[in-house]
Ligand binder design. Structure first.
Ligand SMILES: [Zn+2]
Ligand SMILES: [Zn+2]
Length: 423
């Protein structure tokens, strides 16, 4: 007996697949409306793609990456997030040489070695967008608009959009000094990780989940009060556009998000209905320096990512009345004798060629038990082929939901089958 799937991974099937595909189809409709194009990047990258971008003092890089050496000793990492790979691809293929901004989206699995709990897996799926090549506040508002519109389409209520500015490289430097000065006398109260962060990258202390650290950081000066005039003006423009769009938001001055590459606008959407601690459905921010840092040109960018699992956990929990899945009808052809298979085949070919879903009952059993099986397996019709049908070149169609029955002459009126299927 083989053991189950590795801890933190899951098989997705049944109803979950229907929810998942529903979310993806809604997202794709939106991406089209907002003119985003799909990109698919590899599941693993050279490790430096992540440790140089996410930041080597972040939890992700320090503790959560699936990093391994390949057979030639090269360090590779399963992607823990979607932005760095997209940026790597944009630079590698010089996509920025085309008209900017470049608007891309992805739907991909991510990998992080975290403690699994509801809504947090080691392999999880995200859909996200990246708008590359514009520093305009308008595009910040547009990216947040897409995120907001997605959850509106899913009819979620009780959501909160949290937004903050963490400044540019210039003003952040000054703030970090202020934060260091504030925290240094309290160093002993911080956990060992945060004591290290205080030296290397004090902003990351805001990510710490240890209670004591949260107490210490709670009353610390917030970056929001320290951003420069340009960053302030940018942020005011973003919030102004959001107001025009009728998107409500809360300015959360201690929001930092766990990536070093973020600059200026960052945001997160949380659900008060998600009972688990993992209440963030998605979030993102600007990364104005990341492309330059990767050796590309100096082009500002912004993006977001949404967790697919959490989104469908919430959909299931809210029991919203959606038509989930394909509502196209499906018929099951049942035979009274194996010798009618050839006859059935031409019938099935005709319906499938015309785009109607049709399946064959492969085992020959009594009609009663085959109809019961069809009911249990969510078929809408059964098409019965027995001796009489074969002799008269016809078929009998039973609507097993409406309890109606039709007999069609296959030679003269086979198109009628689609009328019945469409009813
Ligand atoms: Zn600034
Ligand atoms: Zn800590």
């Amino acid at each position: 007996m083989i053991t189950g799937s590795p801890r933190g991974t899951s098989d997705i099937f049944g109803q979950d697949i229907e929810y998942r595909n529903f979310i993806i189809s809604k997202a794709k409709e939106l991406f089209k409306i907002f003119n985003y194009r799909e990109i698919i990047t590899p599941a693993f990258e050279h490790t430096e793609v992540f440790d140089k971008s996410i930041g080597d003092s972040t939890d992700i890089v320090q503790k959560e990456m699936y990093t391994f050496l390949d057979k030639r000793g090269r360090s590779l990492t399963l992607r823990p997030e979607g932005t760095a790979p997209v940026v790597r691809a944009v630079i590698e293929h010089k996509m920025y040489a085309e008209n900017l901004p470049l608007k891309l989206y992805y739907i991909e699995n991510m990998f992080r070695y975290e403690r699994p709990q509801k809504g947090r897996m080691r392999e999880f799926w995200q859909l996200g967008v990246e708008a590359i090549g514009s520093g305009q506040a308008f595009i910040d508002a547009e990216v947040i608009w897409v995120l907001n519109a997605l959850f509106e389409k899913l009819r979620f209520k009780n959501l909160k959009l949290l937004i903050n500015s963490i400044g540019c490289t210039k003003c952040r430097k000054e703030y970090i000094q202020v934060l260091k000065n504030y925290l240094s006398p309290k160093k002993d109260k911080l956990c060992p990780d945060c004591q290290y962060r205080l030296e290397k990258n004090p902003l990351r202390i805001f990510d710490c989940k240890v209670d004591q650290c949260r107490q210490v950081i709670k009353d610390s000066p917030k970056i929001y009060s320290y951003i420069c005039v340009d960053c302030r003006q940018h942020f005011n423009q973003v919030t102004d556009f959001l107001k025009t769009l009728g998107i409500s938001f809360i300015i959360k001055e201690d929001l930092v998000r766990g990536f070093d590459y973020y600059t200026r606008t960052i945001f997160e959407i949380i659900s008060e209905d998600l009972k688990s601690v993992q209440n963030a459905l998605g979030g993102g921010g600007r990364y104005d320096k990341l492309i330059e840092q990767f050796g590309g040109p100096d082009i500002p960018s912004i993006g977001f990512a949404v967790g697919l699992e959490r989104t469908y956990i919430l959909m299931k929990q809210l029991k919203l009345n959606f038509v989930i899945g394909d509502n196209k009808k499906i018929a099951l052809v049942i035979l009274m004798d194996r010798s009618y298979q050839k006859y059935a085949l031409s019938l099935i070919k005709f319906t499938r060629d015309n785009g109607y879903a049709c399946d064959l009952s492969y085992e020959i059993k009594s009609i009663g038990s085959q109809i019961k099986w069809a009911e249990k397996n969510a078929y809408d019709f059964v098409i019965i082929i027995g001796e009489d049908e074969v002799k008269t070149d016809s078929c009998t169609i039973k609507d097993i939901k409406k309890f109606t029955q039709y007999k069609l002459s296959w030679k003269n009126e086979k198109e009628k089958i689609f009328k019945i299927f469409g009813s």
